[in-house]
Design a protein around this ligand. Structure first.
Ligand SMILES: CC(=O)SCCNC(=O)CCNC(=O)[C@H](O)C(C)(C)COP(=O)(O)OP(=O)(O)OC[C@H]1O[C@@H](n2cnc3c(N)ncnc32)[C@H](O)[C@@H]1OP(=O)(O)O
Ligand SMILES: O=C([O-])CC(=O)C(=O)O
Length: 378
C-alpha cells in the first residue's frame, strides 16, 4: 500500500481546538468565538490573555484580580538574573529567553495538573517581559529597570525597556500587535508545544521548545527579517529591482506568504492601520513608501500577500526596539496561546506520533568486522 505523504503536514487536521479558529475562506480569525479585530479595538491585552485561558472575557472583579496577579509576579529571582548574566551578550535574545524559560522551570516545583499549569502560565506571562527588556538593555550597555506594579502590561514593558512610557497612541499600537500575535491555532510553535505536552512532559519544556520553533525565519523570526530586508533595500525606488533579484536567486521574501491564508492574512489590515498611525506620528513617510512599494510589487509579481510579520517589523522599529527584540516580543504575546494549547492538549491527551514512509536503503546485512574495518590509509 502506498501511503499519502502530506509534506509539512500541509492540509492535515491533527486535532480539534476550542481556542481559536483561522478561516482562510472568510479571511477571519476568532479567539474563543470573538473576532480578533474586535478584540484588538476594544480590549486590553490582559483581557485577551484571560479570555484565551478561561474561555470567557473577564468581568471587572476578575480582571482586577488577574491584573493584580500579573503585576505581583513580574520580578525575576536572583538566580534567574544570575543565569541571564552568564549568557553571552552576543547571543540572540531568543536564545537568552529560551534559556531563561528553561531555568524558570527548574525554579517551579509544582505538579503538572491544570491549576498548576495555569499558575505557571501566568508566571511566564508576567516574567517574560522582564527578561526581554533586560536583554535589550544589556545589549545597549544599560542596567535593568525593575517592573512598576502601577503600570499595565504594555506600559510596564516600555518602562522596563526605555525607562519611560511613550504617548498613549504608541502604547496602543503595541497592545494591538500583542492581541494580534496572541494565538493562531496549530501554527508550528504551538504544535511543537502540543507535541512536547503529548508525551506528558512539563509546561516549561513545551514552552522552551516552542520558543525554539518560533525563532526560525519561516515563522516568528520573519518580523526581524522584514526589518533587515527593508534596511537593505533602503530606497523605495529600488523595491522592484531588489525583488526581481531575490526571485532570480530563489530567495523567500520575508513577511509574505502563509501556510493557511492564501489571499491575505486576516490580521494584516488591523496592524497595518496601527503602523500607518505610528508612521504619521513618527514622521516616517519614507519607510512607509518603501513598505508600500515592496508590498505592491510582491502582490503584482506573485500574488503573494503580506503576513502579520510584515507590518509588525517596521512598527516595532518605529517604537524604538532593536531588531533582535522583535521575535522575543512575539513570545511575550504568544505565551498566552501556547499555554492555553498546552492545557487543552493535556485535558484530552493522545501521544502525537505520526508515521513516516521509509525512503532509505533496502534491507542489507551488517558486514563482518574484518570486512568493515579495513584500513584505508593514515
Ligand atoms: C507569524 C508567522 O509565522 S507568518 C509566516 C512568517 N514567515 C515568513 O514570512 C517567511 C516567508 N514565507 C514563506 O517562507 C512561506 O510563505 C511560508 C513558509 C510562510 C508558507 O509556506 P508554504 O505554505 O509552504 O508556501 P506555499 O506552498 O503556499 O508556496 C507556494 C509558492 O509560493 C512561493 N512562496 C510562498 N511564500 C513565498 C515568499 N515569502 N517568497 C517567495 N516565494 C514564496 C513558494 O516558494 C511556492 O512556490 P513554488 O510553487 O514555485 O514552489
Ligand atoms: O499560523 C501560522 O502558520 C503562522 C502564523 O501566522 C502564526 O503563528 O501567527
Amino acid at each position: 500500500m502506498t501511503a499519502t505523504i502530506s509534506k509539512g503536514l500541509a492540509g492535515v487536521v491533527a486535532d480539534t481546538t476550542a481556542i481559536s479558529m483561522v478561516n482562510p475562506e472568510s479571511n477571519s480569525l476568532t479567539y474563543r468565538g470573538y473576532p480578533v479585530q474586535e478584540l484588538a479595538a476594544a480590549c486590553t491585552f490582559e483581557e485577551v490573555a484571560y479570555l484565551l485561558w478561561h474561555g470567557e472575557l473577564p468581568d471587572a472583579g476578575q480582571l482586577r484580580e488577574f491584573e493584580a496577579a500579573e503585576r505581583s509576579r513580574r520580578p525575576l529571582s536572583r538566580s534567574t538574573l544570575d543565569v541571564l548574566a552568564r549568557i553571552p551578550e552576543s547571543c540572540h535574545p531568543m536564545d537568552a529567553l529560551r534559556t531563561a524559560v528553561s531555568h524558570l522551570g527548574s525554579e517551579d516545583p509544582t505538579e503538572d495538573d491544570a491549576d498548576a499549569n495555569l499558575h505557571a502560565s501566568i508566571d511566564l506571562f508576567a516574567r517574560i517581559p522582564a527578561v526581554v527588556a533586560l536583554v535589550q538593555r544589556r545589549r545597549r550597555g544599560l542596567a535593568p529597570i525593575p517592573p512598576d506594579p502601577a503600570l499595565g502590561f504594555a506600559e510596564n514593558f516600555f518602562h522596563m525597556t526605555f525607562g519611560e512610557v511613550p504617548a498613549p497612541e504608541i502604547v496602543r499600537a503595541f497592545e494591538i500587535s500583542l492581541v494580534l500575535y496572541a494565538e493562531h491555532s496549530f501554527n508550528a510553535s504551538t504544535f511543537t508545544a502540543r507535541v512536547v505536552t503529548s508525551t506528558l512532559s512539563d509546561l516549561y519544556s513545551a514552552v522552551t521548545a516552542a520558543i525554539g520553533a518560533l525563532k526560525g525565519p519561516l515563522h516568528g523570526g520573519a518580523n526581524e527579517a522584514v526589518m533587515h530586508m527593508l534596511h537593505e533595500i533602503e530606497d523605495p525606488a529600488r523595491a522592484g529591482s531588489w525583488l526581481a533579484e531575490a526571485f532570480a536567486e530563489k530567495r523567500k521574501i520575508m513577511g509574505f506568504g502563509h501556510r493557511v491564508y492564501k489571499n491575505g492574512d486576516s490580521r494584516v489590515p488591523t496592524m497595518e492601520a496601527a503602523l500607518r498611525d505610528l508612521a504619521a506620528a513618527k514622521d516616517a513617510g519614507r519607510l512607509m513608501e518603501l513598505y508600500d512599494a515592496l508590498g505592491g510589487a510582491m502582490v503584482r509579481a506573485k500574488g503573494i500577500h503580506p503576513n502579520l510579520d510584515y507590518p509588525t517589523g517596521p512598527a516595532y522599529h518605529l517604537m524604538g526596539f532593536d531588531i533582535p527584540t522583535f521575535t522575543p516580543i512575539f513570545v511575550m504575546s504568544r505565551i498566552t496561546g501556547w499555554t492555553a494549547h498546552i492545557i487543552e492538549q493535556l485535558a484530552a491527551n493522545s501521544l502525537i506520533r505520526p508515521l513516516s514512509a521509509y525512503a532509505g536503503h533496502e534491507e542489507r546485512r551488517v558486514p563482518e568486522a574484518s570486512r568493515r574495518l579495513v584500513r584505508t590509509g593514515g
